[in-house]
Design a protein around this ligand. Structure first.
Ligand SMILES: *Cc1c(COP(=O)(O)O)cnc(C)c1O
Length: 401
């Protein structure tokens, strides 16, 4: 009997649930004729700032631009070093390189998939100006430890929140337990990711937890001066039109996307709760499958991805890759889509290859990770089928090993 295919992501149920409101919002923009910086942009900025609990929200063209403009607004450029994780989408390091600074890759914690705060201090030099943690897969990075280090060494913190819209930091992540100054943790506990460091950068790429129907991004900050510079950089470095003060960018959020995001924003918490429920079900179904490490279920985690590790301690590194890829292929043959985020760590990409010391944890995890289908409306029956098929794949894998 043939079963329907399960994609790795399905955006249709969300669109179906909001179709008429979205069409009203799009028509409103079309009728107004104000496609660039129309009223919906300002309203979205106010609403999203209020939701996140931050003073300033500046809407831009993409998450990548939010990182680039955020870095520039913090005064980071030529000759500076920015500490970040090797285990992320390339936009993270690319933004650092594109402002003329140098990314310094610090290895990750295998339980959180995020930068290991205990390894940061050893990599700080007189050139270090900032730390750019990524809340990968929607799991908040060890912010209390990171903020303590930033304060000690007088560094800026710019958070890559492309995968963590709506996530809140509670400091229950395993990466934190041995490192956090408890007073810092208590002080920032409950805050949204992106509002803890000096700048937060979000992406509204359609597949993100809060997705537009095209590109979009957001810079947030509580710093008035940083906000003013970011606003200026967004429109060609001008505070007043045709009176350009510095070199900037053309990086505005389309009015149409802002109008769509205003329809979606009120639903984000319930969507993220839906993702957490999916993750919880997967964790239960996979708990006793040998060769699978299920992700930690930290408070405030919004599961942009649900990512397992396919491990086999008897195997050498190269064989990890074979095990993971064969599980991926087995699932594909059963009509189940999965993805590898990311097959090559940033420091190993051709653009940087050979220029950096190795990060063993990041390299190992790149050969083990597999992201399973997840979206807020994913039903239990489907989750069960994915879980069961993984169990079969691992049983087969153990037999062939
Ligand atoms: C998606 C993503 C970005 C870039 O966002 P865009 O809107 O696609 O430019 C940056 N960092 C991470 C971790 C991402 O996942």
């Amino acid at each position: 009997m043939s079963q329907t295919n399960i994609p790795v992501l399905d955006l249709k149920p969300q669109y179906d649930s909001l179709k008429s409101e979205i069409q009203v919002a799009i028509s409103r923009v079309l009728e107004s004729g104000q496609f660039i910086m129309g009223p919906d942009v300002k309203l979205f900025e106010q609403e999203v700032a209020e939701y996140l609990g931050v003073r300033h929200a500046i809407a831009v063209n993409s998450g990548t631009d939010a990182l680039v403009i955020g870095l520039k607004a913090l005064g980071i450029g030529e000759g500076d070093e920015v500490i970040t994780t090797p285990f992320s989408f390339f936009a993270t390091a690319e933004s650092i390189s594109n402002v003329g600074a140098k990314p310094i890759f610090v290895d990750i914690n295998p339980d959180s998939f995020n930068i290991d705060p205990t390894a940061i201090a050893a990599r700080i030099t007189p050139q270090t100006k900032a730390i750019m943690p990524v809340h990968l897969y929607g799991n908040p990075a060890a912010m209390a430890a990171i903020m303590d280090i930033a304060q000690t060494y007088n560094l800026k913190v710019i958070e890559d929140c492309a995968q963590s819209f709506g996530a809140r930091y509670y400091g229950t992540c395993s990466a934190c337990h041995h490192q956090c100054d408890d007073s810092t943790r208590i002080q920032i506990a409950g805050k949204h990711t992106g509002t803890i460091g000096n700048v937060g950068a979000y992406s509204f790429f359609p597949s993100k937890n809060l997705g537009a129907y095209g590109d979009g991004g957001l810079i947030v900050t509580n710093d008035d001066q940083v906000a003013e510079i970011a606003r200026m950089l967004r429109v060609h470095g001008a505070k007043k039109k045709y009176h350009n003060e510095v070199l900037g960018y053309n990086s505005r959020l389309d009015t149409m996307q802002a109008a769509i995001l205003r329809v979606k924003l009120p639903h984000i918490d319930s969507w993220n709760e839906g993702r957490r429920l999916v993750a919880k079900s997967y964790n239960q179904l996979l708990a006793d499958v040998s060769g699978v490490v299920a992700p930690e279920f930290a408070d405030g985690h919004v599961f942009h991805q649900y990512t397992i590790r396919i491990t086999n301690s008897d195997r050498q590194d190269a064989q990890q890759l074979i095990a993971r890829d064969s599980v991926h292929q087995y699932l594909a043959a059963q009509g189940i889509g999965t993805m590898v985020y990311y097959p090559v760590p940033q420091d190993q990409l051709l653009v940087y290859k050979g220029k950096y010391p190795v990060n063993p944890v990041s390299d190992l995890l790149a050969s083990q990770v597999l992201s399973l289908p997840i979206w807020p409306e994913l039903n239990y029956e489907t989750i069960e089928r994915v879980g069961e098929t993984i169990r079969q794949a691992l049983a087969l894998e153990a037999k062939n090993a």
